[in-house]
Ligand binder design. Sequence first.
Ligand code: FAQ
Length: 331
Amino acid sequence: MSKPESEGQSPESARGELSPQDRFDRMVAADSRIEPRDWMPDGYRKTLIRQIAQHAHSEIIGMQPEGNWITRAPSLRRKAILLAKVQDEAGHGLYLYAATETLGVDRSELTENLINGRQKYSSIFNYPTLTFADVGVIGWLVDGAAICNQVPLCRTSYGPYARAMIRICKEESFHQRQGYELLMTMMSGTQAQRDLVQESVNRWWWPALMMFGPPDAESSNTEQSMAWRIKRDTNDELRQKFVNMSMPQAEKLGVTFPDPELRWNAERGQYDFGQPDWAEFWRVVGGDGPCNRQRIAHRRKAHEDGAWVREAASAHAAKARAAATVGEVAS
Ligand code: FAQ
């Protein structure tokens, strides 16, 4: 007996309409942005919450390593620049938490997940800032890596994330330039200053390469995230791009990277380079890096100390809402 034509089809396709899944797939394929009220698969929503929350947490935890130098910056100008940069990072965290909230999670829940270790933040912020040169090197290499990874995210398929990334990337470019300018200044100073810069580059180079995530073969999320156009490039593609971009900048600055395998490959038209210590990466991601405990303890304390501010702000907002309602009733 032949099956009726509609069997196995959704009611929409039986009526000749697109199912929500088909509509979603078509929008992604056409590079249209998915917006908060659009239907989306559960896995897509979960992946976005994971990635955007991790990104937001990275910005907030990322304030700590550089914040460590605000009181010890060598001049008023350097202090003002550093203060502004750290404030920008707080702003980036807020844009990103707001983007995550459009997916139906609450910011307080995300903060709880961070301080209880249920959600991750970038491995890079678990390394200590030992000298002021680290402030310049973080600007140059860490913001540089962040830009390399984030410019393609301006075209990510989820609208609120893409729009947040456009604003963030503009500020990150400025951060990278100010970091490079600080290093240029130090490199034209004394031998001791030049040594500080080289020593700092030696410590940050490998952790900066790790920011792009594990090699593609070990990246559990890349394939699906690329299919959903959340990610636009793979981890290895972006890492290669970063190395290509950083080498001429290092030469101009007069520093070297601590990688004996790093050399131009004319055939590939790219630099060849060595692999970071992936065992170290997984240890740091798993919570056992040089500063993981310190970073989370600091964040937890700041959150607890800020409880009264949140309570006061909520009470004020409730009062303003009540006053607005009374006003509406009276008019
Ligand atoms: N650190 O399958 P994949 C900044 C996790 S912002 C920690 O490849 P995915 C600004 C990953 O979550 C820096 N964990 O994952 C600034 C996954 O975990 P799960 C942050 C990492 O998501 C500058 C597992 O490993 N930027 O720097 C890391 O497809 C200066 C398997 O990995 C962003 O977050 C890592 N490095 O690709 C602030 C950008 N890498 O949950 C202050 C947005 C991977 O499955 C100062 N995020 N993991 O167990 C992304 O582009 C992606 O999430 C990747 C990872 C590329 C980071």
